[in-house]
Design a protein around this ligand. Structure first.
Ligand code: NAP
Length: 273
């Protein structure tokens, strides 16, 4: 969003974590912030709360209609709402996989489609989609989550080409492990396959430990602010070790990269269970 542009911003999922920090950060920077929640939530300083569930067409269109009626067209959209589905790919039912995509991927499409006509009409707008380092890397036992973030990458890069001539830009923010409650707030597959149990437990322990010492969500908020306000935005805004990981992904030989993933997620340690 150009500095002179409309400073009304809509952020999905401000009840916790990155969304909450971003809403507070942008409000302090003088944005008019509309933050979405699904349940009643304590007030956030300077943030106007709106009920919205990204999986529900009517909820999204009604929220966008109400915001536009109150504040005019939306200048910036931050698609932050999402959750983590834990489990082996083989353990994941199609229904669980669809639900994961319904929130993390189709939730973004639904919200973008509701906001884009107003942005096109006013001749500017900035769409910031929360991807992840898992938008370009694998993560064993979070395969469907990884698939949604890879989908967001291709979708956003393509969208950016289609909307650029309307003055609208679509960009990606790629945090690494960030200190939020995404693991506690997430879901776990209902059916398990015991053959995965020991390896999955080790991999999930690595994830939980990495989350505890992860990036401060305020660093992600600052990256989102940069993505919203840059006159000539980059396509990707990595956060924390995201920049280094993306370079490694591109330049380290594939076999070496795979070995380092297997080592980090403790895939080849001796079975203990
Ligand atoms: N934490 C990380 O390590 C990390 C790393 C890379 C990327 N990210 C991405 O950053 C974003 C925020 O994650 P977080 O770590 O801040 O997790 P979080 O604390 O669990 O926050 C997730 C937010 O999304 C909302 N949400 C979930 N489903 C929704 C739905 N159907 N409709 C509307 N809102 C919904 C939640 O609201 P409720 O309270 O209503 O559930 C909550 O406000 C996600 O897209 C995540 O994939 C996180």
């Amino acid at each position: 969003m150009k500095k002179t542009a409309n400073k009304t911003v809509l952020i999905t999922g401000v009840s916790s974590g990155i969304g909450r920090e971003t809403a507070l950060y942008l409000a302090k920077k003088g944005f008019r912030v509309f933050g979405t929640v699904r349940k009643d939530t304590a007030n956030l300083d300077g943030v106007e709360l709106v009920k919205l569930d990204v999986t529900d067409d009517a909820s999204v269109s009604e929220a966008v209609r109400a915001i536009t009626a109150k504040a005019g067209p939306i200048g910036g959209l931050v698609n932050n709402a999402g959750y983590l589905l834990n489990g082996a790919i083989e353990e994941t039912s199609l229904a669980e996989a669809r639900e994961q995509f319904e929130t993390n991927f189709f939730g973004v499409l639904r919200t973008v489609n509701a906001v884009l006509p107003g942005m096109r009409e006013q001749g500017h707008g900035r769409i910031v989609n929360l991807s992840s380092v898992l938008g370009f890397m694998p993560a064993p036992y979070a395969g469907l989550y990884v698939a949604t973030k890879h989908a967001i990458e291709g979708y956003t890069e393509t969208l950016d080409h289609e909307v650029r001539h309307f003055g609208v830009r679509a960009v990606l923010v790629q945090p690494d492990f960030t200190r939020t409650s995404i693991d506690h707030n997430g879901r776990t597959v209902a059916q398990t396959v015991s053959a995965y149990a020991a390896q999955k437990a080790r991999a999930m322990e690595f994830v939980q430990q990495s989350m505890k010492i992860g990036t401060d969500p305020r660093a992600v908020a600052a990256a989102i602010h940069a993505a919203l306000t840059a006159n000539s935005p980059r396509l990707r805004y990595p956060v924390g070790s995201g920049g280094k990981l993306s370079l490694l992904r591109r330049f380290v030989p594939a076999g070496m990269f795979a070995s380092s993933i297997r080592k980090q997620f403790r895939m080849d340690e001796t079975r203990t269970a």
